[in-house]
Ligand binder design. Structure first.
Ligand code: APR
Length: 307
């Protein structure tokens, strides 16, 4: 049986553990610094097993030794956004937490593929990559799959079709500068641009960019976790089952899209070696300009964490 460790057992972490358990694909360790909380949630999830029908082991712990031999480690530890906060406002606190978490992953699970989730996502991914001194296929962030899911759900509502038929693509930083790509989004193979007029597409793009903040505005005490955990579970499954799914994720670029020394959302192929390949889409000059603007916004954040 494969093994997945989820660091941080708050809203995103615990929901991820529930989704992974229900997929029945790996034993799971959930870890948090709060004593008792991961242990209690793990027991609760285990007790649902006979009712739902999964048959994996789930343990809660405060001890990093328990993550040893993990195939995948998902990092959700950190603070979440409150109303009025940008993802970047979380930077200083979450960078410190990420460094501490990464040191422990290197000590106890040095071979695990690492999926970062903590925000601000692209900067945290860059920091995790530096901290672990890993190849870029091993450490990458969950971002574009969530943003594409949000884009797809809004498109389905707008044109009143099954969400299953939508193949949406969102590139760039996981923030206000993200780049939804209507030109690379299809509904059952039909280009989105031939099903929706420009005004409607622009309205939906705006809502997609603001989708995380829209939820924070409703919740007031935290940020989204159902869709984020769904995206994490999809990525983890693709890695464990070596399915070679192509999804957007935040990965270090080394000349692709004309960009270097940055983690940014682009399509990657997921398999047992992690982000095994970066796919370069043919972008129009307008799309490329938007991606460059997004890269510049992420680079400003990265500059803040350079020693
Ligand atoms: N080690 C382990 N866990 C930690 C650490 C640490 N050093 N510091 C904080 N945590 C834990 C907290 O105790 C908390 O249980 O991380 C958990 C975070 O959970 P929530 O506050 O519920 O936040 P959540 O909604 O899960 O979001 C976590 O994911 O989507 C991003 O922006 C979001 O950065 C945030 C992260």
């Amino acid at each position: 049986m494969s093994k997945v460790a989820v660091i941080g057992s708050g809203n995103v972490g615990a929901t991820t553990v529930q989704r992974l358990a229900e997929l029945n694909i790996a034993d799971i360790v959930m870890l948090d610094i709060v004593e008792g909380m991961p242990q209690g949630k793990a027991l609760d999830i285990l007790q649902a097993a006979p009712l739902i029908g999964y048959d994996v082991d789930v343990i809660g712990t405060n001890d990093y030794a328990d993550i040893s031999d993990s195939d995948v480690v998902v990092v959700t530890a950190g603070i979440a956004r409150k109303p009025g906060m940008e993802r970047d406002d979380l930077l200083a606190t979450n960078i410190k937490i990420t460094q501490q978490v990464c040191e422990n992953i290197e000590k106890y699970a040095p071979d695990a593929i690492i999926i970062t989730v903590t925000n601000p996502l692209d900067i945290i991914t860059y920091a995790a990559l530096r901290c672990t001194q890993s190849d870029r296929n091993r450490v990458f962030g969950m971002s574009g799959l969530l943003d594409s899911g949000r884009f797809a759900s809004f498109i389905a509502q707008e044109i009143n079709c099954s969400v299953k038929d939508i193949n949406a693509m969102v590139l760039g930083g996981h923030g206000d500068s993200m780049v939804p790509l209507p030109g690379h989004t299809t509904v059952s193979g039909i280009p989105l641009t031939s099903l929706m007029d420009e005004d409607a597409i622009n309205r939906i793009i705006k809502r997609t960019v603001n989708a995380g903040a829209e939820i924070v505005g409703h919740l007031k005490t935290g940020s989204a976790f159902y869709a984020p955990s769904a995206a994490i579970a999809c990525m983890t499954e693709a890695i464990l089952k070596d399915t070679k799914r192509i999804v957007p994720a935040s990965v270090q670029l080394d000349g692709e899209y004309g960009l270097k020394d940055i983690c940014l959302g682009v399509p990657v192929k997921l398999g047992k070696k992690g982000a095994e390949e970066i796919i370069e889409l043919e972008l129009s000059s307008q799309e490329m300009a938007a991606l460059e603007r997004s890269a510049n916004a992420v680079k400003e954040g990265i500059a803040k964490i350079r020693p």
